[in-house]
Design a protein around this ligand. Structure first.
Ligand SMILES: *Cc1c(COP(=O)(O)O)cnc(C)c1O
Length: 352
């Protein structure tokens, strides 16, 4: 049972009960939370926010289909990653498993918590190495297996069948970080495996597709066992009222988001084709996300050149398997034009 993998003191922990937990109905006079009675904002900001993000989770269920009983909202998915590590892994003793190259925060949060990191490299073509992952699970018994799909920084999403195989083999928690899922209209979420396996947890975020990176809103979709544990350890007011309102508003504007998605997808196609034509671009990796990974002749040189032109991309060359690789976010048409113009100038100056 997944419960057996949770640190015992978390299971028995008595969590803080906030004023909003002790009374959650509605009343005329609130004198229970030592707030200032004066609402200078005139929009309720003098009051503590709903600790459970109830309205937002209800709307998430309506729009995205994730049952609200199975969701918790975090201060970005980064907070949720940190909480999951703290719930399952004993500092100085346990480990988590990742497949590099991948999102850097799994490793950083593990290390902050003095939890060791087992790395199973991706295959040469940047796919999951299922055999090696199973072997590492046998050998190290990691408390969490993180799978990022579509993966950052490669842009590749993994076959749902492979994820299912790993998650059913792993006796502990498997977390599938689907931060970029919304950019791939044909994406199959690990949420579809959820009913058959309580050891699967899915992460989503409002930071990318929903265009709310500054609001800090992440979604954890997980079984009751995990949801209960997260609610036990999470700070009661981890998501501000403004953030909850931002999320609600965004979910009501799904039409606009879809329009921008169309633009991002057509720009991705254009950028992929245009980038492939430069002689110093060796490879443009296929992407299921809103960024493109490319391999070039001299990544450090090209990165510096673009920076001097005021264009900042991400140099991922130090990552395993990603020698001379750069990650480029799909911007607006104008921004992408600026990038392509700068690259044309670079090409002309090296030819002449
Ligand atoms: C951007 C990103 C996130 C988002 O983190 P937030 O804390 O929600 O902003 C999560 N996972 C991956 C893989 C990402 O690239």
């Amino acid at each position: 049972m997944l419960k057996d993998f949770i640190r015992p003191h978390i299971l028995t922990l008595e969590s803080y009960t906030s004023a909003r937990d002790e009374f959650s109905g509605s009343a005329d006079v609130y004198l229970d939370a030592n707030e200032n009675w004066m609402d200078f904002s005139q929009e309720g900001k003098n009051r503590y926010p709903d600790p459970h993000c109830t309205l937002l989770r209800r709307e998430i269920e309506r729009v995205m289909g994730f049952r609200m009983e199975n969701t918790v909202i975090g201060n970005g998915s980064d907070e949720l990653i940190d909480m999951l590590i703290r719930i399952f892994a004993v500092p100085g003793k346990d480990s988590v498993l990742i497949e590099r190259p991948t999102y850097g925060e799994y490793k950083v949060f593990a290390e902050i918590n003095d939890v060791s990191v087992i790395n199973v490299p991706l295959t040469e073509d940047l796919d999951l190495d299922v055999v090696a992952i199973k072997k590492a699970i046998d050998e190290h018994s990691p408390k969490i297996v993180f799978i990022c799909s579509p993966n950052n920084p490669t842009g590749r999403s993994y076959d749902a069948e492979k994820i299912r195989e790993i998650a059913s083999y792993n006796p502990s928690l498997t977390v599938i970080d689907e931060a970029y899922a919304d950019f791939d209209p044909s994406f199959v979420s690990a949420y579809t495996l959820f009913s058959e396996n309580e050891r699967i947890a899915v992460l989503r975020t409002f930071s990318k597709y929903w265009a709310l990176a500054s609001s800090r809103l992440g979604i954890l979709i997980a079984s009751d066992t995990v949801i209960r544990a997260v609610n036990k350890i999470k700070a009661p007011y981890n998501v501000s009222l403004s953030a909850q309102r931002d999320g609600l508003k965004a979910l009501g504007e799904i039409g606009e988001r879809k329009e921008v998605l169309e633009k991002i997808l057509s720009e991705k196609k254009r950028l992929t084709e245009s980038l492939s034509r430069f002689p110093f671009v060796r490879k443009v990796y296929p992407s299921d996300a809103n960024f493109i990974l490319i391999k070039v002749d001299d990544a450090d040189g090209l990165y510096r050149y673009l920076m001097e032109k005021g264009i900042i991309i991400r140099n991922r060359s130090r990552e395993p398997l990603l020698e001379n690789s750069l990650r480029i976010t799909i911007g607006s048409r104008e921004e992408n034009d600026r990038l392509l113009e700068a690259l044309c100038e670079r090409e002309e100056s090296t030819v002449s």
